[in-house]
Design a protein around this ligand. Sequence first.
Ligand code: PLP
Length: 510
Amino acid sequence: MESSGRSGLSHAEPLLFERSVPGRHGHSLPRSFGDTPQAGADIPAALLRSAPPELPEVDEPSVVRHFTRLSTWNHGLDLGFYPLGSCTMKYNPRVNERVARLDGFARLHPYAPEEHAQGALGLMYELARLLAEISGFARVTLQPAAGAHGELTGMKMVRAYHVSRGRPRSKVLVPDTAHGTNPASSTLAGYDVVEVHSGPDGILEPAAVAAAMDEDVAALMMTNPNTLGLFEQHVGEIARILHERGGLLYCDGANLNSLMGIARPGDMGVDVMQFNLHKTFATPHGGGGPGSGPVGVCAALEPFLPVPVVEKVGERYTLASDRPRSIGRMKGFYGNFAVMLRAYAYVRELGAEGLKRSTEMAVLNANYVRAGLEGTYHLPYPRRSLHEVIFSDHDLEATGVTTMDVAKRLIDHGFHPPTVYFPLVVHGAIMIEPTESESVQTLDEFIAAMQAIAAEARTAPEQVKGAPHRTILGRLDEVRAARQPVLRWRASQSSPHAPEAKSAEPRRTC
Ligand SMILES: *Cc1c(COP(=O)(O)O)cnc(C)c1O
């Protein structure tokens, strides 16, 4: 098969337990280590093992090769294009990693006294100040661990604000285009969620907000640009409708990478917003972490910020906890500091002009993909978008090929699939976010692969439906994997010399 992307070597990879040979080992510890009669003398007998643990007995090269090979099974950004919509998987410049590994930062103990942590505190203070300037807010907390945690922090401040004015209110308005974390955060903060329908062009209409607005509404949570990649152009008007009746406007800032350097949510009337540092400011977040979800607030919400806040007193940085109206602490210590370091390096490296250019390139790249695939795949919202673009499988219906099949076939072409079946308002959504990191050559290769798949769907649909063909494992039974996960290996499951463990054939699960 012709591949416009890349494909890799596939090794059969048994478990280390299956490679185990009794007596083989890959360490050379001094004999006395853990082997003396006194070892464990201070530990109560009931807590001591009676038999050694069932660990694989393997040599060092086997272990190194095993994990090195496994590491290539996961498609990461350093391996290829990763156009996961809504996730902003941008390249993480190596200089960020250098900064995050600097001894003075990496080895600093979180309990180090303030006078020994001036550099770290100063960096946090500066980063918060830079984020406030980029977004147009009065103040920023860096404490939350990720985007959703930032949303919860923001909504708790909204609640504290309303309580301080006599009544928490009971409802939060959430548009139907929202990310799933928005209703979840509102609910966790003690609110009932009221869904507001977006208009036919995917944009939230002021009239729909006005109709749902009353004095029980604490806030509206809006993502801007929304999850369709479209700019909510009525944001100013919607803020006014909310403010007139005492409500607040929350902006989910996960998509800030299409605004930064060009427009500021704080200037649009937004009262509170979380940043996703691990999206907008590099540090792609494969495997569930780490993240960082700072929250920016307008002046009226400042007293409710989580403690401690970093203050600058004269030339000294200090942690202030004496803030009686604070919602309290949201995270142990000060948040995910290493992600802050990378974000700081990213902002300082690009500078004001570079951030703006990055936004322009992110928007240009998404629209380049849109233009390249328009006519090949159905475009539910056929207009220019911002940083991401959404197609659907509508035009492939007659072939029987679905969004999931297209996504799986892309793997054979060497690309990570885009986000699929989200947002929910688009049936069979294929959501592509190239980010500013990618060159026009990569985008051309991706477009060619998507076109090849659409053509194949018409001539050989079974090829697409059976994909991926070039990976070690085929299509997984995702339902079974979720319902009956096998999380633990037992020696009794198979012996290292069982015939199936010796087989060099890659094992397929379908
Ligand atoms: C990613 C994302 C979130 C959640 O952020 P996490 O860091 O994954 O918790 C919320 N809203 C939108 C629009 C997102 O894209």
